[in-house]
Design a protein around this ligand. Structure first.
Ligand SMILES: [Zn+2]
Ligand SMILES: [Zn+2]
Length: 300
């Protein structure tokens, strides 16, 4: 089970009752945060989720509304007595940006490892999930992320017998271990075909791109920016390299996702709900993201 929380839904600046866009997930005791603007740590506190298990923080890009909350969060994690290493992932320049911000948070009780994303996309395997960063199209280098959790096939007794796998090894093989006893026995010898896993996609601060269409394909949940609900702001979205609600809805439709949450609203957009009837004509399973909106994604 993957717990997902959209911590905030604003773009550009935090507002009363609307924190900046950031995503937090919890899986198997390990938490992941994507983006950390001003006030993100308050949103985490309001949600009641713990700072201490945050093992990875990813950044889409280095605009202030996505990273200026980092030093404060690091200090809070230090105060929560975290000792385990923390991994930061982001576009090229991560180390320089983080070192600059850390002038005001120099002493922390845990080590930090910076991983700069290489090329158009990069995949990381960690903490039981697969995280993929893929390049999108903003006015600075920017990446979207997918998080996937695989699900192995069902245990197949007939297959295990056919392959002559002794029963005493069944449970180890089912857990994904390989066993050597006269011959090498691998999990695929006792398992049926892989079953559908869990997939989450998060993209913000970008124009619609093929990379989003391809990478978001079949997501259970697609969290996507929608800076403007007003149709007359389509040109503005192009100019500032953002999206309208309708562009996000078309991406969701093309990528055949299960559900779309909109986020990263312009501060001038006070009531995103007003535009949802039009959005749902394009993609029916669309919701206006709200601060601290969350869901548990489970295997089918
Ligand atoms: Zn932004
Ligand atoms: Zn931006």
């Amino acid at each position: 089970m993957l717990d997902v929380c959209l911590l905030g839904s604003g773009g550009m600046m935090p507002l009363p009752y609307r924190w900046l866009t950031a995503l937090m997930t919890r899986f198997n005791g390990s938490s992941l945060l994507i983006d950390c603007g001003e006030g993100t740590q308050i949103a985490i506190k309001e949600k009641g989720w713990s700072f201490k298990p945050i093992d990875v923080i990813c950044f889409t890009h280095y605009h202030g509304d996505h990273i200026s909350g980092l030093p404060g969060l690091l200090l809070t994690m230090g105060n929560a007595d975290r000792r385990e290493p923390l991994t930061l992932i982001g576009p090229k320049g991560l180390e320089r940006v983080v070192n600059s911000l850390r002038v005001i948070a120099p002493e922390l009780p845990f080590p930090i490892k910076c991983v700069e994303i290489e090329g158009a996309s990069q995949t990381f395997e960690m903490n039981g999930y697969r995280l993929k960063a893929f390049k999108v199209n903003h006015n600075v280098l920017c990446y979207g992320y997918t998080l996937e959790i695989d699900r192995a096939g069902k245990f197949d007794v007939e297959r295990a017998k056919e392959q002559g796998v002794p029963q005493k090894y069944w449970s180890r093989l089912q857990k994904g271990e390989s066993v050597e006893d006269g011959k090498l026995m691998t999990p695929d010898m006792v398992l049926g075909p892989p079953r559908k896993g869990i997939k989450l996609t998060y993209t913000t601060d970008t124009r619609p791109t093929d990379s989003i269409r391809e990478n978001a394909k079949g997501s259970d949940l697609f969290i996507c920016e929608g800076m403007y609900g007003e149709k007359e702001k389509a040109a503005k979205a192009v100019e500032y390299k953002h999206m309208t609600f309708y562009e996000a809805a078309n991406l969701a439709k093309d990528a055949e996702v299960n559900e779309l949450w909109l986020t990263h609203y312009s501060p001038s957009l006070t009531r995103p709900e007003e535009y949802m009837d039009e959005v749902r004509k394009i993609f029916p399973d669309a919701k206006p993201g709200k601060d601290k909106m969350s869901v548990e994604l489970a295997f089918e």
